[in-house]
Design a protein around this ligand. Sequence first.
Ligand SMILES: [Zn+2]
Length: 122
Amino acid sequence: MKPRPDILPSVTREVITACGSIFIGISFDEDLKPFEVFATMGKSGNCNASYINGIAIAISIGLRSGTNYKDYVKYLSGIRCSSVKFNGKGKTVYSCVDAIAKAIDEEVKNPVVLDYIRSYYA
Ligand SMILES: [Zn+2]
């Protein structure tokens, strides 16, 4: 597993899920690839917060061990739990795991995020 630098640039977004809001943080390495993922339930969250936290840690271990982030996006997107949330922006959050996978996918394609990470490493 790659060692973690003391400081990494990251972005955090809030996603409203059927379980409440989760804050999803993604830090990036100098190749503009996700290095680790954090996920924290907001105080209204009724999902098991430790489960969400554990998923993020498991993803981070994989990323730091060479797994391509695209594999997490591919295999975790669309996983459904018993309650589905329509966010009003034409997007559906099928589960908290789905929200994490889609957040990874969206951040790596977001030009504002990539500019920010690039400027950090410039
Ligand atoms: Zn949940």
